[in-house]
Ligand binder design. Structure first.
Ligand code: SAM
Length: 286
């Protein structure tokens, strides 16, 4: 339990499917706190019942989170400990809790993590894609245009890309990934820790074909992981950088010849090459 007379907010991870993934520490704390703030009280009541815990549950979701801050501050100030849980996995990870944690920390209260299941970490830990660097993008936008824009922004990223997705949009998202990323490797982790846990590893088009053959593969919860872009060699990097400089200078009204001279002196390479490149850029912009 917390030291001193002030209480603490425990941010407690709960299972993402398999109830055995709840840690003994999480179970103990859920039994010890004065009350539990939960994303969906009916859903969490089932978990507490399973643990044999009878505790007051208070809803805390994206629509009332800000208005719960005062009650939480008062509770902690009066020495109560409170647990924050979400429907599944780690609170705040594509789940409510950020506003409460930010505000409680800002007012000097203790916020203590109780780590456990998290779908993106479970997916990465068993996918066989690079994990030294990854970019977690949460849920992609629901609308096609915005979704493709977000995917496009990540095209050149060298980190493994990680997205959460629901069964309603999994096929539309894979179609967009196929159109934008082509044959890039995609690992789809479905129903992690549950009976029908599946890892599929292919390009997005092959994954879609698999779903058409076996519609069960489109059911459940998904983590989509896309291999990062191949690092560019120095020469390719210089070409991309040079083109960007030329375009910027041309846009500011610098002449073709002058722009080519600047880029050749900074990046090397033949001036004639940069001249032709600038000329092409200018013509394509005309
Ligand atoms: N806070 C959770 C966590 O720590 O992973 C995530 C909550 S978010 C609202 C729900 C999304 O997480 C699902 O749509 C899915 O993309 C992913 N997810 C959650 N449980 C999963 C599971 N068992 N298998 C695959 N993905 C899962």
């Amino acid at each position: 339990m917390s030291e001193g007379c002030e209480g603490a907010l425990y941010v407690v991870a709960t299972p993402i499917g398999n109830l055995e993934d709840l840690s003994p520490r999480a179970a103990r704390l859920l039994g010890e706190v004065s009350w539990v703030a939960a994303e969906d009280t009916r859903h969490s009541a089932r978990l507490l019942r399973h643990l044999g815990i009878d505790k007051p549950l208070v809803s805390l979701h994206e629509h009332n989170e800000a208005s719960r801050v005062t009650a939480l501050r008062d509770a902690l100030a009066s020495g109560q400990d409170v647990a924050l849980i979400s429907d599944a996995g780690t609170p705040l990870i594509s789940d409510p809790g950020f506003v409460v944690v930010r505000e409680l920390r800002a007012s000097g209260h203790r916020v203590i993590p109780v780590p456990g299941a998290c779908a993106l970490i479970a997916a990465l830990s068993a996918a066989g894609l690079a994990t030294d660097r990854f970019l977690f993008e949460g849920f992609l936008p629901a609308k096609g245009g915005a979704r493709r824009q977000r995917l496009t922004a990540a095209l050149e990223r060298e980190e493994t890309l990680v997205y959460y997705e629901s069964p309603h949009r999994i096929q539309a998202t894979l179609q967009d990934i196929s159109a934008l990323f082509g044959s890039r490797r995609v690992v789809l982790a479905r129903e992690l820790t549950k009976t029908f846990e599946t890892f599929l590893d292919a390009d997005a088009e092959t994954l879609l074909a698999h779903m058409r053959e076996d519609p069960n593969q489109a059911r459940g919860e998904f983590v989509i992981m896309v291999a990062g872009a191949e690092p560019r060699d120095d020469e390719t990097q210089a070409l991309v950088e040079g083109e960007a400089w030329l375009a910027a200078m041309l846009a500011e009204g610098v002449g073709v010849k002058a722009a080519a001279t600047v880029v050749a002196s900074r990046l090397g390479g033949r001036k004639k090459y940069w001249y032709q490149c600038a000329q092409t850029l200018k013509e394509s912009d005309a």
